[in-house]
Design a protein around this ligand. Sequence first.
Ligand SMILES: [Zn+2]
Ligand SMILES: [Zn+2]
Length: 288
Amino acid sequence: MAIAKLSSMVDLFFPRACALCAEILDEDQRGCLCSQCLELLVPLDNPCWKCGAPRGEGLQLGQVEKRKKPARSCRWCNNRRWLFQRVLSFTVYAGASIPAVRKMKEPAYEGLTRQLGDRIGDWLTGQLLPPSEQPILFAPEHYDAVIPIPQHWFRKLTHRYNQADVLASRVGAAIDQPVRSKWLHRSRWTQKQGMKTVVEREFNMLGAFRAGPSKAIRGKRLLLVDDVMTSGATLHQAANSLRSAGAIHVDAVVFARGINASRVTPRHPPANKHGPSESSPDFLRKIH
Ligand SMILES: [Zn+2]
Ligand SMILES: [Zn+2]
């Protein structure tokens, strides 16, 4: 009671603002978002079953193959062989989810990340239906553990915060499965994916992860968690490592599905056809 009183006193002098639109939040509003912004972050309706991309009109990844029976996967997936079985994407990377994803990357917005992790958890457990009210096909008991996409140790050392860890802890709690963040590591530094083409992204992520111990992972069904999937290269390589360590099934859940990756053509072919170098970024090279 005393804490509640103290909190309302603090709100009086330092009113809380919505993390996305800066609107002052009502006293009884929980979390970091106002109700309008929260309403903008809605689950995707009828996404691609395989990669979670929207299948709406005008979205390249969402184009459905012309068949008698409606296709469950999009054209993007029909030409690919993913090493994960399926990606569940809560929403699309557009509109309000763009600033949400950007802010989730900052330690100051950990509260927002927690709230969005809870929202993903509500969605996975059927408490948040998409507009057509089609429940998503998801069985929490199907999994043995939840695994966040890890950062490189140097980034972790400097940031002390990984948004995927926070999302995974909330998803794990919602579906009542343990989080095993030590089962997957970054084995080398990777450049930022932002401006890269699909080919460059895939090349950049080759061999970027190491999974273990095999004794623990063997025979397990795992659910990867990340903030965004764009080309799928990160989740594909993470699933590859876990499958090599003995996992029998790897799915993934992300907050937002980026849909622009397939529109970008390669600027230039990868320089080294044998895979990316094991080199570190400049500031690490100086240390070594
Ligand atoms: Zn707002
Ligand atoms: Zn797809």
